[in-house]
Design a protein around this ligand. Structure first.
Ligand code: FAD
Length: 365
């Protein structure tokens, strides 16, 4: 495939690059900045520019711009390490989910603040015994009058400590097969009964958290979509999560640092750089196909797998290039220590391969 960008797209890229480098100057560079880069201020600036909800229909307050524009902006912001964590989940997932499954009153209540970069969302899916096997989740919401009463525990909830809302995936029934009886409920994080315990990971980051729910009451109206029928909704949400540019360029800044320092007089190093550059191009084409909705249904699992395994490869290259220096603690080595997360978050590579085999290729289980 050979393609060129239009002059308007090139101009947008240049603008995004400028915005990104200004943000990095003011806030510092984050590795994997859509999950580790945090600034409410910058999220609101992006909202003012109309860069949140860029592709959403105008009826929902969006800009109705082509999906490729969002890819261009996202690519430049993440490659530079600009702190977009405070808006990314809501822009990528919660907004599209609410537009598809939410009621008009929910859309009116939640979308404007998302668009303005004013509300921060976390995603409460994983539990200590339900990660890949999401259908085995146990956090329970029981109806009591006009409220849901929620009890249970989530883990790895990124931004649990700072979010305004949790998009909670929980069980509202234990009847039938495991994937039945799962619902999605919006939970304001200041509701009494929520206890958040941040987990400090080995990179010293503490974005993900354990979140305990004890008799947490939220209005029945906070249910999104079909009661007990959310498994399909959640799978759709994961499609939004898996096929984007955020899965390819999270550690691109580290790659540039290493590439500039690599000993290119060594043909093995040149071959390695050529291999990584090739994989960047392949990954980008896979992502573009997802963004343009030209990929087969479910294929985002393969895209996520390829792209995040490439990010892991990049980390290995950076480590080899730095040599002994990779053992000194700084922002580069912090990025290296973080690298195992790429192929885990959003669904592990093993699970992505299962999806590809079973759902896309139709192979026997
Ligand atoms: C940086 C980071 C941020 C995260 N943020 C969030 C968040 O905001 N919200 C949230 O809800 N979760 C979040 N997660 C959790 C993430 O979604 C889970 O870690 C992931 O789904 C895997 O689940 P698990 O950790 O329970 O591992 P498990 O499911 O226990 O898997 C353990 C191992 O078994 C393998 N395995 C499991 N099942 C199969 C199978 N059927 N076939 C083959 N192999 C299998 C896996 O590949 C893995 O190697 C985050 C994780 C990371 C690393």
């Amino acid at each position: 495939m050979d393609f060129t960008w239009t002059p308007e797209q090139e101009a947008l890229r240049a603008e995004a690059r400028e915005v990104a480098s200004d943000a990095v100057r003011r806030h510092g560079r984050a590795n994997d900045s859509w999950i580790n880069g945090w600034s409410r201020e910058f999220a609101q600036e992006l909202g003012e520019r109309g860069w949140i909800g860029l592709t959403w229909p105008r009826d929902f307050g969006g800009q109705a711009r082509p999906a490729i524009d969002r890819l261009i902006i996202g690519e430049e912001l993440i490659k530079a390490g600009a702190p977009i964590g405070a808006m990314w989940f809501a822009d990528r997932q919660m907004g599209p989910t609410l537009m598809t499954y939410g009621r008009p009153d929910q859309q009116a209540e939640f979308l404007p603040d998302i668009l303005a970069g004013r509300s921060v969302w976390c995603i409460g899916m994983s539990e200590p015994n339900a990660g890949s096997d999401l259908a085995s989740l146990k956090t329970m919401a029981v109806r009591d009058g006009d409220d849901w009463v929620i009890n249970g525990q989530k883990i790895w909830t990124s931004f649990g400590e700072v979010a305004d809302y949790c998009y909670l995936i929980c069980r509202t029934s234990t009847e039938g097969p495991p994937h039945a009886g799962i619902s999605e409920i919006i939970v304001p994080m200041d509701t009494p009964g929520i206890e958040v315990r941040p987990i400090k990971d080995m990179t010293t980051n503490r974005h993900f958290c354990e979140v305990f729910y004890t008799d947490v009451r939220v209005p029945v109206a906070n249910l999104v979509g079909t009661e007990g029928g959310a498994f399909k909704q959640t799978m759709r949400q994961l499609e939004h999560e898996r096929g984007g540019i955020d899965r390819l360029v999270s550690n691109y800044a580290l790659y540039c640092i290493a590439r500039d320092r690599a000993d290119t007089s060594d043909p093995r190093v040149r071959a390695e750089i050529a291999r990584l550059e090739t994989k960047y191009r392949i990954g980008r084409i896979l992502v573009i196909r997802e963004v343009l909705r030209q990929a087969p249904s479910g294929f985002s699992a393969a895209t996520k797998c390829f792209c995040t395994e490439h990010e892991w490869d990049v980390a290995q290259f950076v480590a080899r290039t730095l040599g002994a220096e990779a053992t000194i603690w700084n922002d580069v080595t912090q990025g290296l220590a973080y690298a195992p997360g790429y192929t885990i978050m959003g669904g592990t590579s093993n699970v992505m391969r299962n999806i590809l085999g079973e759902r896309v290729l139709g192979l026997p289980r």
